[in-house]
Design a protein around this ligand. Structure first.
Ligand code: ZN
Length: 201
């Protein structure tokens, strides 16, 4: 599934839930929904997020960059007395290095918990604890949407590598798949236009 489809679905979900959110339609919240929507595909060297992180969009660069980042974080953590959050971040980054697309941590419930934990910690340290809910909307919707594709996701990783998917799925690279994704984006835009005025009331 394309990055812009995930981003679109994240925004649609936020618009639909905005009335019930602690910060309503918060711009910082919107940024977090987008980050959450795009983050799971950090395991793909050509994904939207990696376009901004990796100097070259190939597998080897991805493994090298994330592995080195993990080592640097661990080293920094060691020099600064050690905190659990930096260790969690280092482990997460190293797991990103070794997982191939849709086969590891980032497309699992464990990955969502780990990243939410880190997002929650960052939100708390800036005195905005509810930001983690926005992040979880984006991340959760990404996982749900990937479950509608025929590849599925390893939801129970690392305990099981079985791919979880819905009973009815579609092929992302097929004509129908592309048409469905475009339809989702159009519906999203229409919903956004209808809902937008209410959000600012
Ligand atoms: Zn994905």
């Amino acid at each position: 599934m394309k990055g812009k489809t995930h981003a679109g679905i994240g925004i649609i979900t936020l618009i639909c839930l905005a009335d019930r959110m602690p910060g309503k339609f918060d711009y910082l919240g919107l940024v977090l929904v987008l980050v959450g929507s795009l983050l799971p595909d950090i395991d793909h060297p050509k994904s939207v997020i990696n376009r901004y992180i990796l100097p070259f969009d190939n597998k080897l660069t991805k493994v090298f960059v994330y592995f080195c980042a993990g080592v640097i974080i661990l080293w920094y953590d060691y020099l600064n007395g050690g905190t659990y959050i930096l260790k969690a971040l280092a482990v997460t980054v190293m797991l990103i290095a070794i997982s191939t697309h849709r086969n590891g941590l980032t497309h699992s419930a464990a990955g969502m918990i780990m990243f939410s934990f880190i997002a929650g910690y960052i939100g708390n340290s800036y005195g905005i604890p509810y930001l983690v809910y926005y992040f979880m909307i984006g991340y959760g919707m990404h996982l749900l949407c990937d479950m509608t594709t025929n590849q599925g996701i390893p939801l129970l990783y690392p305990f099981s590598k079985t791919k979880a998917k819905f009973p009815i799925t579609f092929k992302t690279n097929s004509k129908l798949g592309a048409a469905l994704e475009n339809l989702i984006i159009v519906i999203g835009l229409a919903l956004a236009v209808i809902k937008f005025p209410a959000i600012f009331n």
